[in-house]
Ligand binder design. Structure first.
Ligand code: ATP
Ligand code: FE2
Length: 328
């Protein structure tokens, strides 16, 4: 079966065309375009306009890059939530139009679960604890008693958001995560920052304020290093707690921040020290992408799930544990 998936929860519009061959996930194409605000944070309506403008060309290019014909597409999947309303609605509208035009079923996918499913498909892990760290989200998710459940999450902002805001204070363009990672490699001194873990939850806004207050007093490299060390240690701690609690031995990374090598190294060390295994898919599948939506759409469809056009309303606060999981 071949599905076309559309991702559009936040600043990225993505199209993925994926084929399921037995249990295998063949990604035929995975293309995206990212909205980058000139200054300041992401403006939902501007991002949505960007997605609407980029979509037609992205679709054309995606179809051109594969040898498949339109008739080969048997399912349209799209990111139904959680995310920013205008962005979600843009992607959903495109998905509905395509499904009606091609006369194929349509399915709305939970974005967070899609991060987990594409990781499972591409790395070969079976039943992991997912540490999902992106701009807007920071969650520890695992499968238990028939559902994907959130064991821990940020109580305020996502870690990517925290890094981007700190980077903006240092004059870095959006997204600042990669630049912060680069600068952190030249950090020499750990600057004391608040460490905020409550059970399996974390919070970042206090750390962000404290770190911003040190600008001008400490070297920027040391601040980037200290911000990473502190927040990544917090994530390692809560992920380990979730592994112990759920008695799972695999840990999987997802989300744009998971591209960070230092975060990967710290989570890997934690997992291996407790006799567990560490998995991370290639970067293009860590960041928001259409392939993960297409793949999860296929899993849902094959498990017998169907949606009418009326049922494809977007859900800005779509929670991970609301989704009925019939494919596991
Ligand atoms: P979501 O809608 O899932 O919240 P998102 O819109 O933030 O996701 P992603 O592509 O998953 O999109 O992640 C983008 C984030 O990842 C940005 O905040 C960016 O700074 C961060 N990021 C990217 N690369 C790195 C890196 N090497 N180190 C740290 N952070 C990174
Ligand atoms: Fe995401």
């Amino acid at each position: 079966m071949i599905a076309l998936g559309i991702e559009g929860t936040a600043h990225t519009i993505g199209i993925g065309i994926v084929e399921k061959e037995g249990e295998r996930c063949n990604v035929l194409v995975n293309k995206s375009k990212m909205y980058r605000p000139e200054k300041g944070g992401i403006h939902p309506r501007e991002a949505a306009n960007h997605h609407a403008q980029s979509f037609p060309l992205l679709l054309q290019e995606s179809l051109k890059e594969t040898s498949i014909e339109r008739d080969d597409i048997h399912l349209i999947a799209f990111s139904m939530g959680p995310g920013l309303g205008p962005c979600l609605r843009t992607a959903a509208t495109a998905a509905r139009a395509l499904a009606l035009m091609l006369d194929v079923p349509i399915i709305g996918v939970n974005h967070c679960i899609a991060h987990l499913e594409i990781g499972r498909a591409l790395t070969g892990c079976r039943d992991p604890v997912l540490l999902y760290v992106s701009g807007g989200n920071t969650q520890v998710i695992a499968f238990m008693e028939g559902k994907y459940r959130v064991f821990g999450e940020t109580l305020d902002i996502g870690l990517g958001n925290c890094l981007d805001k700190f980077g903006r204070e240092l004059g870095m363009p959006f997204p600042a995560g990669p630049k912060i990672e680069e600068m952190a490699r030249n950090g020499k001194k750990y600057v004391e920052l608040p460490y905020s873990v409550k059970g399996m939850d974390v919070s970042f806004s206090g750390i962000l304020t404290a770190c911003i207050n040190q600008i001008g007093k400490e070297r920027e490299e040391d601040l980037c290093y200290s911000l990473q060390e502190t927040t990544f240690s917090m994530l390692a701690e809560v992920t380990e707690r979730a592994m112990a609690h759920t008695e799972k031995e695999e840990v999987l990374l997802g989300g744009g921040v998971a591209c960070n090598r230092r975060l990967q190294e710290m989570i890997k060390t934690m997992a291996e020290e407790r006799g567990g295994k560490f998995f991370v898919p290639p970067n293009e599948f860590l960041v928001d992408n259409g392939a993960m939506i297409a793949w999860t759409g296929i899993l849902m469809h094959e498990s017998g799930l169907k949606m009418s056009i009326e049922e494809t309303k977007v859900r800005q606060n779509y929670r991970t544990d609301e989704v009925e999981i019939k494919w596991r």
